[in-house]
Design a protein around this ligand. Sequence first.
Ligand SMILES: Cc1cc2nc3c(=O)[nH]c(=O)nc-3n(C[C@H](O)[C@H](O)[C@H](O)COP(=O)(O)OP(=O)(O)OC[C@H]3O[C@@H](n4cnc5c(N)ncnc54)[C@H](O)[C@@H]3O)c2cc1C
Length: 508
Amino acid sequence: MAKHYDVIVVGAGNGGLVAAATTARAGLSTLLLERHNLPGGSASTFRRGRFEFEPSLHELCSVGNEENPSQIYTLFKDLGCEIDWQYEFKTFRAIMFGEDGFDVSMRAGVDAFCEDMERAVPGSAESVRAFFDLVRKNEEALAYVAAMKGNPNKLKMVLKHADFMRCASYSVEAIEEALGMPQRAREIMNTYWCYLGVPTDELNAMHYLSMVGSYVEDGAAMPKKRSHELSLALEKALLSAGGELWYNSEVVRFLYDEKGGCAGVVLSDGTELYAKEVISNVIPHNVYAMSPKECVPERELRLANSRELGITFVTVYLGLDCSKEELGVEDYTVFKMNCANPREQYDRRKEVGMYYVCNCLNVVIEDASPEGTCMLFFTIPMFGEDMPKDLKPEEYKKWKNEIARQYIEDYEKCMGLDIRSHIEEISVATPVTFAHYLGTPGGEIYGYQNSGWDSVIMRTQSQMKDFTVPHLTYCGGHSVRGDGYSSAYITGQDAALRVIKRLKGGIA
Ligand SMILES: Cc1cc2nc3c(=O)[nH]c(=O)nc-3n(C[C@H](O)[C@H](O)[C@H](O)COP(=O)(O)OP(=O)(O)OC[C@H]3O[C@@H](n4cnc5c(N)ncnc54)[C@H](O)[C@@H]3O)c2cc1C
């Protein structure tokens, strides 16, 4: 006999784990299905020799702490999860080589950040402070829009959130120019653009303001035992509330009732499972491919066909046989740019090399690796079109190792380090790896490109019109808010709250 649940959640990534833990804790019978044998999707861990690597997380935003909790701190606490949060209060060091280059280190905290910017670019502090004022106004407006479920009162938006309304559809560059921010300060301010993969003349200002604001206001947070600690804590929250989590359970088909509502799923071994509500942590593209054509509303198909798939990465994980002091590394996060202007960097990436990030976890978590060793983690943004089209399987290893060599050498030159003679373990992941582990079409890490008509503002406004299949709700990096851990957790919570409301009464 087929099993029936109140809620089935497909995919135990960040969004799916929070969604399932939330519905289970609300007393709904909940089944979470994951095709791999461990939770978390990107939020995981892996070992090579004596090193345990963080596969994805550089920094989590919107965490805060016990005295001053932000949204993510509260979310975990409310789910009963105890996390050993570690913090880094230097946002980044950004380096650009060449005659017109720079090397700046920026501390977290709005005052400290403005001070550092003024030191790097005299005369910039006022415009940078105005940027952070907009961050605050942006947060207030977005909180109101979210509370109104994407359907805010227009008059209230104009009267109470006028600055947000004036800025909402502009690019980051347009807003910085309007604030009179000097060019060099803009280049430093725009350092985080590569996390989103959209150059700042195209990137929605409000989205970027939120991201920069949360990193600068709270600093970066990370769990002591890699992101796997977060995923295991959420798994525990689900199981201790009576929920079920089935690993090695790949969903291959979505089932629909006679009214076109989602009714359940089929696993790869043919098992049919039914639920009153289904939450998908799986990207809509894949859900449509697993659904009968006639059950996908035309508007959703058109939307899927018009969307661009987003950024992916090449990552290099290094376990070194020397301490960070012996190596000569002091910074947790270093961004190395080849062009200071994001548009130029994006357009000229094949000629000058891509902008990248290098993290040393031991700077924040001293004992992240055995005594006398340290770890480095390179992240190099990549766009779908950059993957070689005719790469043969037998050439794949050579191709990825060559990328690793190129960026390690570049970093050695940039920082004056000798990394290569200390490599004890090395692992290189590419879009192929991420496609394999996350199941996204080209290894995209947040699903869709978050820009232009498909920006977070537009998604928030039209979410109720865009996704109309009854009993099917989406969450995760591909969802309304786009990028990152925090967004995936928050959309998981939002999806669960809507489902709880639908099942326990009231209108969602
Ligand atoms: C290298 C790297 C660095 C990053 N750095 C940061 C950072 O510093 N800060 C930050 O905030 N974010 C960062 N991110 C992004 C962040 O990891 C993602 O935005 C977030 O984890 C997305 O979560 P998700 O809920 O969409 O789930 P995903 O991680 O996409 O997981 C989806 C889950 O669904 C499962 N699944 C897929 N298809 C099926 C199926 N058919 N049946 C069953 N299960 C299925 C998958 O196995 C997977 O477990 C980084 C990502 C990467 C890859």
